[in-house]
Design a protein. Structure first.
Length: 50
């Protein structure tokens, strides 16, 4: 099973600082949309550090 097709990723974003990974997928998606004003459905990969 392939989760991400890396050939379709246009941008890779690294979220600096420590992220509370207990927020799970919905909380991380909210971080992207609210704090960074970005589209979570764009052809992008977001990397968080816990």
């Amino acid at each position: 099973m392939k989760l991400v097709d890396f050939t379709q990723v246009e941008h890779i974003f690294i979220v600096c600082g420590k992220t509370d990974m207990r927020r799970q997928i919905d909380g991380l998606a909210a971080t992207i949309t609210e704090e960074y004003d970005m589209d979570i459905y764009a052809d992008a990969l977001f990397l968080f550090c816990g």
